[in-house]
Design a protein around this ligand. Structure first.
Ligand code: DQA
Length: 146
């Protein structure tokens, strides 16, 4: 099983950025822990501050991997291009947020990508990513071939 994690703008600063909202752990260090929890899953991590690069990554992996976990950061709330990219690929995408965006400013309440995604997990800190992996694992366990 191959799962691609994609983080959008400013998420390279996790650990330093607004720790009261996003915690004090860097994504790189959380990701090392995730790989230890799921040794049987091929987990890949990509981060970009650029919308076009995120669309490029979705197109690159979106016909071959078993699942994509996307935290599009602020582009979540603005990007029709990301919505269209998610609709254009065959891999299922789970939208993830570290914070509970519905408890925050009203401009974060709208997601442009939600309707294109399989599901949404938000508000569980970095564990939102683990829960998203578990959602793909559950899908595989439910499949008839399993
Ligand atoms: C975020 C929430 C977004 O509103 C924000 O722009 C981010 C991070 C989250 O993970 O909580 O950059 O996606």
């Amino acid at each position: 099983m191959k799962i691609q994690i994609i983080n959008g703008p400013n998420l390279n600063l996790l650990g330093k950025r607004e720790p009261q909202v996003y915690g004090s752990v860097s994504f790189e260090s959380y990701f090392e822990g995730l790989k230890e929890i799921y040794p049987g899953i091929c987990l890949d991590y990509f981060q970009s501050n650029s919308e076009g690069d995120i669309i490029g990554k979705l197109q690159e992996v979106g016909f071959s991997c078993d699942g994509i976990i996307l935290n599009a950061g602020a582009y979540t709330h603005t990007s029709i291009g990301l919505h269209d990219a998610i609709k254009s690929i065959t891999s299922k995408v789970v939208e993830v947020h570290i914070s509970n965006v519905h408890q925050r400013e009203s401009f974060r309440h709208k997601s442009m990508i939600a309707s294109a995604c399989k599901g949404i997990i938000l508000g569980f800190g970095l564990h939102s990513y683990k829960l998203a992996i578990d959602s793909f694992v559950l899908d595989v366990e439910k499949s008839p071939q399993h």
